[in-house]
Write a protein of this length. Structure first.
Lengths: 256, 303, 303, 256
């Protein structure tokens, strides 16, 4: 974990309000593992004050790639940056999705939740049987699809809510069948809270081991502010930033 | 080169930069970023006798140049903190200040007693000003009489220097500072966070379960500096100033209005090595302005 | 489309956006930017009986997301303002509110009487909360008894609705609001600026000749929103909320905690047509959230 | 006076920490007169909160040019902008230096004070006899010199404090002689307060008509905040933004 001045080498605007950044950050790139994230200072100004958390889409030293959606002020400021601009980046942060040699792994990604799972697939595909279930609102919400198709996955299942690509529906609509047919040992998921909550309910009766990467508001990203608390089924709180972002799916108290 | 040492009367710190409670974890978290020995001192995150889960999320809300928090003093309890402090002592010689909390006067005194007995602890800071413990933000530091009673009780239990941390939400912060002084406080520190509100229009609720939360960060600096100036003029014990510090210049502003040292809080979140930069800036600024040591400017504001 | 009208009880405004005193000149200055008729109302810059030069420069100091000012109520005096208001009336039908100032209670009453007699004036706002008149920031709104006495005296002299503008620097703003209500105020408005300090290390002086100055702008919004919420729960007269508003969402936040209308201040300086944008955003936000009219959300914060 | 979204078409970094911006702002450009200024929103963020005032170096519709020095946070943020970025610009603001047909005019510019006087010289040189006295700390402080030499001035007198260009010394060192030899009817000046104060003392005994463009902290730039007050010899205050920025030199109470 270190605070590195990254240099933007490429800033691309993709479909659906997504952006992709290629950043030279050699020391973070060298240490990054799938599931890790970074905290980015989007502006030298005091407003917005806090850094913003982003997953690492890809890491090939000396570069890391970020992939983000413009949501509010911070991401809007970020999207105004381009080639040659620099950024303070703190990372790599958090735990990661462990490599599971020999296991059949189902990756479940909703929208921008693709980020850590893309990283995982890129790092470990070929070394273990990987399946991916990927969904979004529509075609524009899945701008990484072409790159994903190029990964050596055992199976790729696409869902879109508006039916503009893949099967029409929520990705959870396809889950049961995929679990039956592909018999994964493990699921790794990332996406909107509602999606993860539904996954938790659906996967409960299955024998799969389930890990999910969570989002939370973050004040620091390295465990000192206690702002990123998430409640467990036991009632206690865990810090998403340094005890996560990856947790056993069934450990979290999901909204009902 | 300017001498940065900060004289608190009962002790002298290497420099005036102390990291503020609740914004520096238990110190360990910052070891990856720099050697803690460069600091004047560190204050531990606030501690109760028993472990506390803290408040339900959301616990943070960003505001323009500021941060509202309602962490609710999540923590592992005094037993665990003693272990952590012993472990930390192996890694740094920086003076450690324990931020003592309590649900009632008895707990404050008990926790203070526990840490007063630890050799590894340099001094105690009595956190009578946290707005996130009781709903509505009430705390002992809103009331001079309660402060007097509580400080006196704690002082009887301890043998270490006691800093009393004041609340900007008191109707008369000067009166509370004077009460702490009279009751035997060795120093006062201020400010803790300002009570603020953020709402969620969609849910027609406050963002926070506790309704109110505490505002910190650069937004509050002009307000905090004013309060520190007022307190400095009305007490004789040393004052530790804080609120919105982000630069060496900010630190010197607090010294100029009379603070003996400062604490830096929120800046640690978004710039983990902020203290290193800030100490460097103090040095550079003093050299530039040919200020030999802090006593030369401390309290020299002409008003 | 949502109905934006704002009910103050004694009158209904086209929408809740009023431009705040001291940040909108005398209205004329904004004619190049938009038609003032789109506004709920405008408040004139504070006025004394006689012309006043204002404080020596510097009068402004920028802080993170905030602005400290010590303008000192520079102005042309009541005679000249009457002329300006008559001239303005030819160009707009927007309700005009006069912000009444005084060095003492007698002057407040006299100035209020002068403008109460003007047909072109819709209502008066009694500025008992300016921190830049007396050194140290003292003002009548810091004291409930003084407020009661002063408001009663002014009410006897006037026939127009009276808004009493409160200070966030009072030890107990709710008590002052209640005193104003009891004395016959038709509404209260809050907050005026927070007392703050900025210093000039090189000169070892405050930036401002008056030492303290008043903080406004986005930095104060969480603090002001909290005070408006508290006052709304404790008085029955309408409350006009302000402090750091920069967006339609900010306006609705104030309505949600109980304000009947709002004022926008500092934003006018850096974005002269801010009111146009903000009114548009209120409309869009209400339509999006399917809020029919302001009464549907006013004071609906669940706490 | 209007608030226009300007588009940066060229951003150049010059010597001495100076920058020059070419901005498409057709409506402001069409109305701008020498001596006017603009208020620029340097960032969409709320910190820094206020706009910053800058003189207009040149105006050839649809473009205006700004020329500024990096001093603090606002100008640093501005210097990070480049081709294709846009800026909210309020202007043209303030009064101007009137054209003085037939009069012999001495322009006195210190450092960045060149801005309104360059604009004046460009607009009116050829139509009236113009002389310019221009000074700075050193060569790097006068990056517009080549462009100034290209103007049809009757005389150009350069001073630098370190002697790296022109005559060594403060420009006021040369004033007396130039006034004697060139016999200007009018002086127009802009520069640091200390320079203007010295000019005021030195020009008092002369028969010249003297106008100076002032700087002040500005909250709004269009007369509403009363933040930009400057004291007159009569003891009253004037607003630099809308009663100025150009004032008769002798009307201002200068620091002694
Ligand atoms: C560990 C982690 C990894 C993430 N990885 C990515 C990623 O790879 N790509 C990506 O596009 N986004 C990612 N996010 C989410 C991203 O951090 C937020 O979208 C971003 O912080 C929003 O900032 P903003 O200033 O634009 O929005 P704001 O103006 O701050 O807020 C806009 C809206 O977004 C919500 N929001 C703000 N911050 C967060 C947050 N941290 N988590 C969830 N919602 C938030 C707010 O409540 C608000 O409704 C990640 C978040 C976490 C915690
Ligand atoms: C009418 C007018 C025209 C101007 N034209 C130009 C121009 O053409 N080119 C140019 O480079 N500069 C010009 N200036 C000065 C310019 O506005 C300031 O340099 C700028 O606002 C500084 O902003 P900052 O955020 O970088 O500095 P800050 O961080 O705000 O301050 C840095 C330092 O500069 C001082 N300062 C800040 N604002 C001003 C100000 N308005 N006037 C004087 N000192 C200030 C501060 O006191 C501080 O010491 C002009 C000023 C005025 C009033
Ligand atoms: C997230 C957070 C947690 C805090 N926890 C504590 C605490 O445990 N004890 C305490 O005395 N102050 C606590 N504070 C207050 C800070 O120590 C400090 O007084 C305040 O943040 C103002 O300084 P700043 O503006 O530099 O942050 C906390 C502040 C924040 C932002
Ligand atoms: C430069 C300036 C001048 C002000 N003058 C007055 C005034 O004359 N009378 C008054 O009642 N309030 C005055 N105020 C206070 C504002 O009306 C308002 O209460 C305050 O700025 C908070 O709102 P804001 O954060 O939207 O600016 C002034 C504020 C500023 C910044
Ligand atoms: S984000 Fe600060 S502790 Fe997790
Ligand atoms: S800058 Fe606001 S009145 Fe001149």
């Amino acid at each position: 974990m270190l605070d590195e001045r990254g240099l933007i080498e490429e800033a691309r605007s993709l479909d659906g309000g997504y952006y992709q950044l290629k950043i030279a950050a050699p020391r973070i790139a060298a240490a990054a593992k799938p599931g890790n994230f970074v905290m980015v200072r989007v502006s030298p100004s005091l407003d917005p004050l806090l850094r913003r958390p982003f997953g690492i889409l890809e890491s090939r030293p000396p570069h890391i790639w970020l992939y983000y959606q413009v949501l509010g002020r911070g991401t809007r400021l970020l999207s105004a940056l381009g080639h040659g601009d620099s950024l303070d980046i703190l990372g790599p942060l958090g735990n990661s999705f462990a490599e599971m040699p020999g296991k059949r792994v189902l990756l479940i990604a909703g929208g921008r939740g693709i980020v850590p799972l893309f990283h995982y697939a890129q790092a470990y595909a070929g070394r273990q049987p990987l399946f991916m279930l990927y969904g979004g609102r529509g075609r524009a919400d899945l701008p990484l699809l072409d790159r994903i198709k190029a990964l050596p996955l055992r199976g790729l299942f696409i869902f879109s809510e508006d039916g503009s690509i893949g099967q029409k529906g929520l990705l959870t609509d396809g889950l049961e069948k995929i679990v039956r047919t592909e018999r994964p040992d493990i699921t790794l998921s990332c996406g909107p809270e509602a999606m993860l909550a539904r996954l938790a309910r659906m996967l409960k009766p299955e024998k799969t081991e389930n890990h999910a990467s969570l989002e939370a508001l973050m004040g620091c990203g390295f465990g000192v502010c206690h702002g990123c608390a998430v409640q467990t089924v036991a009632g206690s709180y865990r810090k998403v930033c340094d005890e996560g972002p990856v947790f056993p799916l069934e450990e979290i108290r999901w909204p009902t | 080169m300017a001498d940065l040492s900060a004289n608190l009367g009962f002790c002298t710190l290497k420099n005036p930069v102390i990291t503020a409670s609740g914004t520096f974890g238990y110190g360990e978290e910052f070891l990856p970023f720099y050697d803690l020995d460069i600091l004047g001192a560190i204050v531990m995150k606030g501690i109760f006798k028993e472990p506390r889960p803290g408040n339900p999320p959301p616990r943070l809300h960003e505001t323009p140049a500021g941060l509202l928090n309602s962490i609710g003093l999540a923590g592992p309890g005094s037993g665990k903190l003693q272990e952590i402090i012993r472990r930390l002592r192996a890694k740094t010689t920086v003076p450690v200040i324990v931020n003592v909390c309590g649900e009632d006067d008895g707990e404050f005194a008990e926790v203070a007693g526990i840490f007063s007995a630890m050799d590894e602890v340099a001094m105690l800071e009595l956190n009578i000003s946290c707005p996130n413990v009781k709903k509505g933000g009430a705390c002992p530091a809103q009331d001079a009489k309660h402060t007097f009673r509580l400080v006196r009780r704690v002082k009887e239990r301890i043998r270490k220097p006691l800093i009393v941390k004041l609340s900007p939400n008191a109707a008369d912060i000067v009166a509370v500072a004077q009460a702490a002084e009279e009751a035997g406080a060795d120093a006062v520190s201020l400010v803790n966070t300002f009570l603020g509100l953020a709402v969620d229009l969609d849910k027609r609720q406050s963002v926070f379960a506790n309704t109110l939360a505490g505002l910190s960060g650069p937004a509050i600096k002009p307000l905090a500096l004013k309060l520190v100036w007022e307190v400095c003029r009305q007490v004789r014990i040393p004052v530790i100033g804080m609120g919105g510090i982000t630069s060496g210049r900010d630190v010197l502003d607090y010294i100029l209005v009379g603070a003996a040292a400062v604490q830096i809080g929120t800046v640690n979140f978004y710039e983990p090595a902020a203290a290193v930069r800030i100490i460097g800036e103090i040095q550079a600024e003093m050299d530039k302005l040919k200020i030999k040591d802090l006593s030369e400017i401390r309290g020299q504001l002409q008003a």
